[in-house]
Write a protein that binds this ligand. Structure first.
Ligand SMILES: C[S@@+](CC[C@H](N)C(=O)[O-])C[C@H]1O[C@@H](n2cnc3c(N)ncnc32)[C@H](O)[C@@H]1O
Length: 250
């Protein structure tokens, strides 16, 4: 079995699977089932758009992220980031010496941006690995990472509950899940009504992103031992509000 990064992050080895199981468990088959391939131009365009359009959002959320990610300092050597996208979070935690980051995303066009962000954050190339995969079927062994990071991802995955189960599975006991997610506005508000109307359009233009998920509730019900969750409305996020952010402990 090949060790990812040579540090104990082990891709799953379906060594006891039958031929039929192996075919359906093949990482690309799983990826394509959960996240059917988009046209190349769409993936390229979405990656470029994320890279170019999130600058003011990232500036506004920077204070919250700095505080949140400071919880990782000195406590997490092996980190998995789900839906890493262009890698906007790496600068908050990747400059700790000895840290190893494994970033997964179904959109392979994110890789060049994430690799550049890892390099800019001072992470040695051998300590960062990008893998094309989905969060619903993480290519890592049980209890193999100290922390999982996910920002603006549970809006986009196909199955939120399955993703959270996977996050818990790969975390070591005592490990933690750090998240920032946008969620549905309060029922009965104008914002919630508008989100409902625009949700199908948002899914089309933003690669499956949903505006109306109650993601905070899903995290609260996912079976973590402890949860610290907070809410904020960001002026740069417009209809994509409010946000929940915090840490869940396994
Ligand atoms: C709004 S972007 C956020 C990217 C990055 N985390 C950030 O904070 O900018 C959503 C990301 O989730 C990825 N994604 C979509 N479906 C996914 C899935 N099933 N599993 C993991 N990532 C997924 C997308 O490719 C995209 O990179």
């Amino acid at each position: 079995m090949e060790a990812v990064l040579g540090t104990g992050l082990l891709p799953i080895n379906p060594s006891f699977a039958s031929d039929e199981d192996s075919a359906s468990n093949n990482p690309m088959t799983v990826l394509n089932r959960i996240h059917p391939p988009r046209p190349d131009w769409y993936e390229e365009f979405y990656a470029l758009a994320l890279d170019k359009t999130m600058i003011s959002y990232e500036a506004e959320i920077a204070g919250y992220k700095s505080q949140l990610f400071s919880n990782l300092r000195g406590k997490a050597d092996k980190i998995l980031e789900i839906g890493i996208g262009t890698g906007p979070n790496l600068k908050y935690y990747a400059n700790d010496p000895g840290i190893h980051v494994f970033g997964i995303d179904p959109n392979s066009k994110m890789k060049k941006y994430a690799v550049a962000a890892a390099e800019a954050a001072g992470l040695p190339p051998s300590n960062f690995k990008f893998m094309q995969a989905v969060a619903e079927a993480l290519p890592l062994n049980d209890a193999s990472v100290d922390a999982v990071v996910g920002t603006l991802v549970l809006c986009s995955v196909k199955d939120v509950d399955l993703t959270l189960q996977e996050v818990r599975r790969v975390l070591k006991p005592g490990g933690f899940y750090v998240f920032v997610e946008h969620v549905a506005a309060k029922d009965g508000t104008i914002l919630r009504f508008v989100q409902g109307v625009l949700d199908p359009l948002q899914q089309t233009v933003a690669d499956g992103c949903h505006l109306t998920r109650n993601t905070g509730n899903s995290i609260a019900k996912a079976g973590f031992l402890g949860l610290d969750i907070n809410q904020v409305v960001l002026s740069t996020a417009s209809l994509v509000n409010p946000h929940v952010y915090g840490i869940a402990h396994k």
